[in-house]
Structure formats: structure tokens, C-alpha cells
Design a protein around this ligand. Structure first.
Ligand SMILES: NC(=O)C1=CN([C@@H]2O[C@H](COP(=O)(O)OP(=O)(O)OC[C@H]3O[C@@H](n4cnc5c(N)ncnc54)[C@H](OP(=O)(O)O)[C@@H]3O)[C@@H](O)[C@H]2O)C=CC1
Ligand SMILES: O=C(O)[C@@H]1CCC=N1
Length: 269
């Protein structure tokens, strides 16, 4: 990065905490980051927390409250979002038009959708922007890449679906890990051992899928010996496309809730 931008994090919670952890891990100076919110929160060494809203303008205003709190928080935050400030929002279901309405003087707005693995620099980070010049777009790409893999979207129509996959996805995967462990426990394995085995198996399998030249489908084929054990298990998941149908409905439900939240925020305007 050519400069160290100043960042105000409004709402220092689970997600923005993970983002800041990822940035600091990538070498960002903690003194360049200020967090604010209604009640004091512990922050990493070198970083500042202000109860309420601090004075001054910042290069970036990162919104990290629950989407339902945005309307109440925005008027107090607007003074820090001047013509040099780019608003970054991780808020599910808050559209660019809503951000532009609430922060009309800002240099631009970016929807940013990571997940909690941002803390490890291993999150996909979906991005969609309005009003950014090329220099700020590059800087935003660098900030996102420090958290994992930056992925710009062409338009907003798929943002809620991308949120369901990339942002909510870890929640679904944790359920899958839990279900594997619960299934093994029901079949007789010690619960702690089942959970350890399930977590380690998923970590290794995901790492392999990430660096393999084979697709996940091909990798599954390579695990399944013809006439062997794995194929018998896959037959259960594949019968009537059981797993694909279940996950399609899972993503649909999450996406549709995002659309509802977007509609509610639009109507508040
Ligand atoms: N959790 C996740 O995995 C992901 C979350 N997101 C998005 O991140 C956002 C936050 O979620 P999450 O981190 O889970 O939630 P948290 O509840 O952990 O964090 C929300 C934070 O916002 C603060 N807050 C509340 N009211 C205000 C206000 N008026 N002004 C400023 N800050 C305020 C809260 O402070 P206090 O505790 O004092 O009320 C809290 O620190 C959501 O919009 C969500 O859509 C996106 C991707 C993934
Ligand atoms: O559950 C939510 O609404 C947010 C969006 C992605 C992850 N958490």
C-alpha cells in the first residue's frame, strides 16, 4: 500500500474484530485504526476506542453494527464521512443506494462481504462499489486482499446470494461439521474424539481442495474406491440430489432474508 489510510470502525463486534485482526496480522499500523460504538470494547494494543463518535474525518468509515442499527447510527456518523471518506459496509442486506442516501458527502461506498476467517487472512471478500476513483478502488482491493481473496462483483443483483455463500457459509459448514460429529457419536464414537476428527478432516480436505488442480467433484471421485466404503456414503448424499437440494434451500432462505432486509432499509429512506 502506498500510504497508511486512517480507518474508523463504527461498531467493533465479531465481524469487524475479525477484520481488524486480519489487517493487523497483515502489518497495518494499529495507530491508524480507531473504533467507536455505544459502549467500551477491548481493542488490540496500539488501537484507539472512542465511546460515541470521534471528531475529524477518516479515509475509511467501516460500518460494523447490525443492519437494523444503521438508521439510528448513521446521523451521528455522517460528520466523519466527508468528501475524502470512503464508506465500507459489511452489513448484510444494506444496498449501495442506502449507503449513498445516509452518507451523501462521502467519496464513495463499498459493500464488503467477508467472513470470520478474515482474522486468519483466509476469507473470500466480495466487493461492490459506487463512486470510487481508480486509486481508491486499488486501495480497497489491497485492504480486502489482506483478509483473503478479493472478489469484485459486477452488479448488486447477486450480492445477497454471495453473502449467503461467502458470509453465512461458515455457519452452514460448522453445522455440517457438527452433524458429522453427531452422526459418528450416535454410531458409537466418543463425542470429543468425533469432533476432533471432524474438524481436522475438514481443515485438511478444504486446504487440499484450495490448492488442488482437481475440482471438488473429481476429488470426491478420487476418495471413493469403486465398490468401496466412500461410494456407499456418497450414494446416501446423492440420492434424489438430497444434499444439493438441502443446500439450495439453505442458500435460498439466507438470500431471501437478505433481500427482505434490503427492502426494509430502502423503505426507511
Ligand atoms: N458475524 C459474521 O460472521 C458476519 C457479520 N456480518 C455483518 O457484520 C455486522 C455485525 O455483525 P456481528 O459482528 O456479528 O455483530 P456484533 O453484535 O458482534 O457487533 C455489532 C457491534 O455494533 C455495535 N453497535 C451497536 N449499536 C451501534 C451504534 N448505534 N453505532 C455503532 N456501533 C453500534 C455493538 O456494540 P454494543 O455491543 O455496545 O451494542 C457491537 O460492538 C452485521 O451487519 C452483519 O450483517 C457480515 C459478514 C459475516
Ligand atoms: O447472519 C447474518 O445476517 C450475517 C450475514 C453474513 C453472516 N452473518
Amino acid at each position: 500500500m502506498n500510504r497508511t489510510p486512517t480507518i474508523l470502525v463504527a461498531g467493533f463486534g465479531t465481524m469487524t474484530g475479525a477484520i481488524v485482526e486480519g489487517w493487523l496480522r497483515a502489518g497495518l499500523d494499529p495507530a491508524s485504526v480507531t473504533a467507536c460504538g455505544p459502549s467500551p470494547k477491548p481493542v488490540p494494543p496500539g488501537m484507539r476506542f472512542v465511546t460515541g463518535v470521534p471528531e475529524g474525518e477518516f479515509d475509511y468509515l467501516l460500518l460494523g453494527m447490525k443492519p437494523q442499527k444503521l438508521a439510528e447510527a448513521a446521523p451521528g456518523l455522517e460528520p466523519v464521512a466527508g468528501p475524502e471518506t470512503v464508506v465500507l459496509s459489511v452489513l448484510a442486506g444494506i444496498e449501495l443506494s442506502t449507503l449513498a442516501r445516509l452518507f451523501p458527502r462521502a467519496a464513495g461506498a463499498v459493500r464488503v462481504m467477508p467472513n470470520l476467517a478474515a482474522a486468519l487472512g483466509k476469507s473470500p471478500v466480495a466487493l461492490l462499489a459506487q463512486g470510487l476513483d481508480e486509486r481508491r478502488r486499488e486501495e480497497v482491493t489491497e485492504l480486502a486482499a489482506a483478509l483473503g481473496t478479493a472478489e469484485w462483483l459486477a452488479d448488486e443483483s447477486q450480492f445477497e446470494l454471495v453473502t449467503a455463500l461467502a458470509g453465512s457459509g461458515p455457519g452452514f459448514l460448522y453445522r455440517f461439521i457438527d452433524a458429522l460429529a453427531a452422526g459418528a457419536t450416535r454410531l458409537g464414537l466418543d463425542a470429543g474424539q468425533a469432533q476432533r476428527l471432524a474438524v481436522q478432516m475438514v481443515e485438511g480436505a478444504a486446504a487440499l481442495a484450495a490448492q488442488s488442480s482437481y475440482s471438488p467433484a473429481e476429488l470426491a471421485r478420487r476418495v471413493a474406491s469403486p465398490g468401496g466404503m466412500t461410494q456407499k456414503g456418497l450414494d446416501v448424499l446423492d440420492a434424489d440430489e438430497a444434499l444439493v437440494r438441502l443446500l439450495t434451500e439453505t442458500l435460498r432462505a439466507a438470500r431471501d432474508r437478505g433481500r427482505e432486509m434490503a427492502g426494509a432499509a430502502r423503505e426507511e429512506g
